[in-house]
Design a protein around this ligand. Structure first.
Ligand code: NDP
Length: 326
């Protein structure tokens, strides 16, 4: 089958496109999915570059996809049958066929297109679990969202508008900031690079001197300090990504200045059981069907063009979601 494998971490030159990789078999509790669409996520770059350790080599990157079930292993959930149209989160998605735990695989409702399902699931559920559990957002809350025109960022803007929150969005270009606005952000700001004090002062002015109720920060190292500086007393700082590098060396005592709640979340700990995944996915499908929320697809790349796609997302050239077609 076609697959993108890596044997070591490094730049995009370590991505190897193969056309003769063996088709895997589903193990106990797994199904084998014939991928129709594969979602690219920023986390894929962390495994390739070495920010996160590789579980094994050779390793097939990719955390989500949609397609049809080609084979069912023993003890897989009974609603997963050969031919079912499904979407999943797992590993080894950059391939024609992917073995996935049945726990992380769900049927796609008839009303949802397979491309939309693969493009939405991981990033939209990240946004949804952030606003429901990391900080349960209330109507009227002020929320700061970084990288607001990215995959997760655009979902956050849309969902925060849908629940009546007021979003302050940061992104690196004017075009990206306008896109965040079209998707629900109320106030647009440049990152703090120019002058952190000016950034903090602006956010305080916008929020009546108090700061935001919550920050959803995915940029990490470069924005952590300015994000923490604009959280209000008793507010919540959620760090959920490292696009600029991981946050290190944080002193807990800093939180006492405002009794801030600090979280470092991963989606997978909010949807660890199938019931949790199904519940959140049902809420996502309703957001798409009833509230008109949707995914902006930046581009659909052939699997063979994985290096170009990766350079685009790492080079900050993209907005919304990147999808691969095997
Ligand atoms: P995006 O589409 O948001 O792409 C990453 C964006 O990060 C870029 O477009 C860029 O936007 C911004 N960015 C800021 N600094 C840098 C930098 N130094 N290099 C590259 N990009 C930078 O990706 P995703 O939607 O897939 O993911 C967004 C973030 O959310 C990532 O950090 C990811 O790790 C995290 N995430 C976390 C999850 C979790 O469970 N914790 C789950 C899913 C995603 P701009 O140019 O506007 O700054």
């Amino acid at each position: 089958m076609k697959a993108v494998i890596i044997e070591k971490t490094g730049g995009t030159d370590v991505l190897q496109y193969k056309t003769d990789w063996p088709v895997p078999e589903p193990k106990d509790g797994e199904v084998l999915v014939k991928n129709e669409y594969i979602g690219i996520n920023y986390i894929d770059t962390y495994f390739r570059s070495g920010v996160y350790p590789l579980p094994e080599v050779p390793f097939i990157l990719g955390r989500e996809g949609s397609g049809t079930i080609a084979a069912v292993g023993a003890n897989a959930p009974s609603d997963l049958k050969v031919g079912s149209r499904v979407v999943y989160m797992g590993t080894q998605a950059y391939a024609e066929y992917t073995p996935v735990s049945g726990k992380s695989t769900i049927p796609i409702p008839d009303s949802i297109d397979s491309k939309i399902a693969a493009a939405a699931l991981l990033q939209a559920l990240t946004a949804l679990t952030l606003i429901r559990e990391a900080y349960p957002v209330q109507k009227g809350d002020w929320v700061l969202v970084t990288a607001a025109a990215g995959g997760v960022g655009l979902w956050l803007c849309q969902m925060l508008r849908a629940v009546g929150a007021r979003t302050i969005a940061t992104a690196s270009t004017e075009e990206k900031r306008q896109l965040a606005k079209e998707n629900g952000a109320e106030v647009l700001l440049e990152y703090h690079e120019e002058d952190r004090d000016v950034f903090v002062k602006k956010v305080l002015e916008i929020t009546g001197g108090e700061g935001v109720h919550a920050v959803f920060d995915s940029v990490g190292k470069d924005t952590f300090d300015s994000s923490l500086a604009v959280v209000r007393r008793k507010g919540t700082m959620v760090s959920f990504g490292n696009a600029s590098g991981p946050v290190t060396g944080f002193s807990l005592a800093r939180l006492s200045a405002k009794n801030v709640k600090l979280l470092r979340t991963t989606l997978f700990n909010y949807i660890a059981t199938r019931d949790e995944l199904v519940q959140y996915a049902d809420e996502l499908w309703k957001f798409i069907e009833k509230d008109g929320l949707n995914v902006r697809i930046h581009d659909v790349y052939p699997l063979a063009d994985i290096a170009r796609a990766t350079q685009d997302i790492e080079g900050r050239k993209t907005t919304g979601k990147l999808v691969l077609k095997p």
